[in-house]
Write a protein that binds this ligand. Structure first.
Ligand SMILES: Cc1cc2nc3c(=O)[nH]c(=O)nc-3n(C[C@H](O)[C@H](O)[C@H](O)COP(=O)(O)OP(=O)(O)OC[C@H]3O[C@@H](n4cnc5c(N)ncnc54)[C@H](O)[C@@H]3O)c2cc1C
Length: 379
């Protein structure tokens, strides 16, 4: 699948930027476990916090293919930076692009795309509602012109560094997925508490937190779209988000492969001549290329305004699972040195594991794909 000249040039520019400005900081970001504010400022300076927003609203107006390329390249350099940028763009900015009215866009979009006052988060997951998002327990109750929000969320990326979030709450007493609405909530809204930071296995520089809402009063103007549209909205958002998590897994897999190949070329020439290792390299290379094709295919469908739910689920499922596999194989080929933090391999191995869990587990992707297969067989 060929890229256009413009996309190829963008890919080269991203590779250069990430190798110069992001990759040299990746090990330190992981060691410190702190949000990489300096790196994110450089990302912001290049406009990469507004990749998915149209130019008229302060974004870069990139196509999905270019966006996926950017997430891949950033994640190849640093997983923590990759998920920070992917969550901000796909889960934070995108709901505003697709569902906000002009007044809300005026208030938030250019500011969020600049990153000047913080990032944007998406609060969907709760302790008992993630895979089963219809089980959302956070409530929104109408009080005159306002909504009163009560409840909590968990595992929310960028929550501690956000300017605003998009959150979901049950506003109608209807069973299941109907009756959920989305709201924009500002960081400093009274009653909104951003909780403790998760101590994670990987992606240790990304800021993941729980949230609680205690009688949070939001004016009706903070509702995103219409009442009861929340479930439909986040299904659309998650379709796009899955492309970006797939691209993140792909970048991490490519990073592991590149590191492994460089190491054995420079330090273990005998391994390069071993057919057992050559076959492993060939298998890794093929799997990485397959994942890239699936991601580009789903991205092109989105760019062409065609349905891409099943394709994005396939891309995320495959890229995430081969991401873990490639990182493990790369570590195995290199041996003990891969277990040391002198090489990026152990970090990538920890980072990539999230991709099989976040934004829909592998099991949920299989459900999406299987439902489509069954539907096709019946028709
Ligand atoms: C680092 C990190 C960052 C995150 N960032 C965000 C964020 O920014 N915003 C946000 O809203 N959420 C975020 N999440 C939450 C994440 O998207 C969810 O945890 C994930 O989708 C799983 O949902 P769950 O928590 O309900 O898990 P569960 O559904 O409780 O999963 C437990 C197990 O049950 C399996 N399972 C569940 N249902 C089924 C089924 N029907 N069939 C087969 N198996 C099933 C799952 O696959 C899994 O193996 C983040 C999570 C992590 C770890």
């Amino acid at each position: 699948m060929e890229l256009t000249d413009k996309q190829t040039q963008f890919q080269q520019e991203m590779r250069e930027f990430c190798e110069q400005e992001i990759e040299p900081n990746a090990a330190q970001i992981d060691r410190d476990g702190e949000f990489p504010a300096d790196v994110i400022n450089k990302v912001a300076d290049r406009g990469l916090l507004g990749m998915v927003a149209p130019k008229e609203w302060g974004g870069l107006g990139l196509d999905t293919v270019s966006y996926a390329i950017a997430v891949e390249e950033i994640s190849r350099a640093c997983g923590s930076t990759g998920i920070t940028v992917a969550a901000h763009n796909s889960l934070g900015v995108m709901p505003m692009v697709l569902f906000a009215n002009d007044k809300q866009k005026n208030e938030y979009l250019a500011l969020l795309c600049s990153g000047k006052d913080g990032l944007c988060s998406f609060g969907l997951t709760e302790p008992d509602a993630g895979s089963d998002a219809g089980a959302t327990k956070t409530t929104g109750v109408r009080d005159g012109d306002d909504w009163i929000i009560n409840g909590g969320k968990c595992f929310i990326t960028n929550a501690g560094v956000c300017k605003a979030l998009v959150i979901t709450a049950k506003t109608q007493k209807i069973q299941g997925s109907r009756g959920i609405s989305s709201f924009i909530i500002d960081r400093d809204t009274p009653g909104f508490v951003i909780g403790k930071k998760e101590n994670k296995m990987g992606l240790r520089g990304s800021d993941t937190r729980e949230l609680s809402f205690e009688n949070v009063r939001l004016p009706a103007t903070k509702m995103l779209g219409n009442e009861g549209e929340g479930f439909k909205q986040f299904m659309i958002i998650l379709d796009g988000g899955r492309i970006s998590i797939g691209a993140m897994a792909l970048g991490l897999a490519q990073g592991a492969y590149d590191s492994c190949l460089k190491y054995i070329r420079e330090n273990r020439k005998s391994l390069i001549n071993s057919q057992a290792v050559q076959f492993q390299l060939a298998d890794m290379h093929v799997k990485i290329q397959c994942a890239r094709h699936l991601i580009l295919h789903a991205s092109r469908l989105e760019d062409a305004n065609q349905t891409f739910s099943v394709e994005s689920a396939m891309a995320k499922l495959y890229a995430s699972e081969i991401g873990t596999e490639v990182a493990r194989t790369a570590m195995q080929i290199v041996g003990p040195d891969a277990y040391s933090s002198e090489l990026p391999l152990e970090r990538i191995y920890r980072d990539v594991r999230l991709c099989e869990v976040g934004e829909g587990t592998s099991e949920i992707q299989r459900l999406v794909i299987a439902r489509d297969i069954i539907k096709c067989d019946l028709s």
